[in-house]
Design a protein around this ligand. Structure first.
Ligand SMILES: Nc1nc2c(ncn2[C@@H]2O[C@H](COP(=O)(O)OP(=O)(O)OP(=O)(O)O)[C@@H](O)[C@H]2O)c(=O)[nH]1
Ligand SMILES: [Mg+2]
Length: 467
């Protein structure tokens, strides 16, 4: 077998702290460490020893060294971890010493890449390592842990097995028509394909919900000046976060806050009121508001129901056309000049002017609110839940939250849809084995069973060094 290069990197952040850990992995991890810590030569695997790292005669630091011999280590290679003092200078000196003794500085993610290449974990599990390090919420952490322990991979492997079994059956029947018949097989296959599509669809659904639960909904509040946008933000945050005055054009820049509404995180952005203006600063604010709205998952369009709609509202209508949106008829405590029907008509007439309406997006919900009297917001939060969280999804499900996995899953699903079409059109068998194979391959990209070296390198380069 080829000798596996020994790599070294700090496994903890290079910053002042109680301890710092330097990690080595490779066939020469023990002899390289041995040049500055001779005790390692008679250490047993999975033990830890106290001593000094020596640069010739000079002691560099007082350390604890642990040894994990191949194959029972993170990378499946010999792994040495040096627990030194968490000083940037000491860590750098030890690293330099290791490099002088024959180790190479690890690339970002290289330890985990070795674990993958040496077959200890699959790609989805490797990627979970990075997600765990970066997870920012409990939900994100649990999802990543599920992925690390192979739950995602198990589901994907089962799908792959089911697909390849059918392909193998068809191919063998085509090869050996005397002994195997495909008669009546299309019906059986149709059933299988329907089942596979259903399982994939559920995964895709959870992945959409997973993104929302993990990262929150990017929500942008838009509306004309003085309608109560900042009041809404303050109400949701439960604090006087934004300045609220009766002067139109109070908010000029964007303001970002995270709030939990009905268990769902909203990353909510308050913007400058949208109107035609000559004021330079306000103009920039309006442009920013439009730009943010274009990137939002959800647009909350606030209207002052005590004031007639005008030209500026038409501008905003363009903005929400075909997007996920909620219209709030705010200031419901005042005399009503615009009601639900007016809004409905207003939005519909907008559709005519813009025939390219995306029909997959529902008409915006219209809700009466009063930020002053705190009314209508229960309905608002319920609407958000209904819009974004699918029924039948619960938090214990397997969530595919990695974007790369989601894409592969969608591609696999599309390929299986083609199989479904061929079946319905009663095409000959060898027709759809091609599409089944491509679904099989797409799924294999998730676990790394079917993936090119370039992509592997790209995935691991996003890791931090030392992991
Ligand atoms: N009566 C009543 N007044 C409200 C309500 N919501 C907000 N206001 C008042 O309307 C005025 C404008 O509120 P803001 O929250 O600053 O409005 P905005 O949309 O952020 O305004 P700009 O930042 O200028 O675009 C303030 O005087 C609020 O107190 C409401 O539901 N009812
Ligand atoms: Mg404001």
């Amino acid at each position: 077998m080829m000798k596996r290069e020994t790599i070294v990197a700090p496994a903890t952040a290079l910053s002042e702290s109680g301890i710092g850990i330097i990690r080595l992995s490779g066939d020469d991890a023990v002899p390289i460490t041995g040049k500055c810590f001779s005790k390692i030569k008679d250490m047993k695997t999975h033990t830890i020893r106290y001593g000094f790292i020596m640069d010739g005669e000079e002691a560099i630091d007082e350390v604890m060294v642990s040894l994990m011999k191949s194959p029972n280590s993170y990378t499946r290679e010999d792994v040495v971890e040096i627990n030194c003092h968490g000083s940037i200078m000491i860590m750098n000196r030890i690293m330099n010493l290791m490099i002088k003794n024959g180790a190479r500085l690890a690339e970002p993610g290289e330890f985990t890449k070795k674990a993958f290449l040496n077959g200890r974990i699959d790609l989805a599990e490797a990627e979970a390592v990075m997600d765990i390090i970066r997870s920012k919420s409990e939900f994100a952490l649990r999802t990543s842990l599920n992925q690390l322990t192979g739950k995602v991979s198990d589901v994907i492997r089962l799908l792959r097995e089911d697909i390849i079994y059918q392909v193998a059956y068809i191919e063998s029947a085509l090869d050996d028509p005397e002994h195997r018949s495909l008669e009546g097989y299309q019906d059986i296959l149709q059933e299988k394909v329907t089942d596979i599509l259903r399982r994939m669809n559920l995964l895709i659904k959870t992945s959409e919900n997973g993104k929302i639960l993990k990262e929150g909904i990017y929500t942008v509040i838009v509306g004309k000046p003085n309608v109560g946008k900042s009041s809404l933000l303050n109400l949701l945050v439960g604090d006087d976060r934004a300045i609220v005055t009766d002067i139109a054009g109070t908010t000029r820049d964007i303001l970002e806050e995270s709030v939990k509404v009905n268990g769902v995180m909203l990353n909510i952005i308050d913007t400058a009121g949208i109107r035609a203006t000559e004021d330079t600063i306000e103009k920039i604010g309006v442009e920013k508001a439009m730009k943010y709205a274009l990137q939002a998952d959800l647009i909350v369009y606030v209207i002052d129901s005590s004031v007639e709609l005008d030209e500026n509202d038409r501008k905003i209508r363009e903005l929400i056309n075909g997007r996920k949106a909620i219209v709030l008829l705010n200031k419901a405590d005042l005399d009503t000049k615009v009601d639900e029907d007016d809004i409905q008509m207003f939005l519909e007439s907008g559709d005519k002017n813009y025939p390219h309406v995306d029909n997959s997006v529902d008409r915006p919900a219209i809700i009466r609110t009063s930020a002053k009297e705190n009314s209508g917001f229960d309905q608002f939060s319920q609407t958000i839940w209904d819009m974004f969280i699918d029924d039948g999804i619960n938090r214990e499900d397997i969530f595919i939250t990695n974007l790369r996995h989601q894409e592969a899953l969608r591609n696999a699903y599309d390929s299986m849809l083609l199989v479904n079409q061929s079946l319905e059109a009663k095409m000959p068998e060898d027709f759809y084995t091609i599409d089944m194979m491509s679904a099989y391959e797409y799924l294999g990209m998730i676990t790394g069973d079917q993936i090119g070296e370039d992509l592997i390198n790209e995935i691991f380069s996003k890791f931090c060094t030392g992991k």
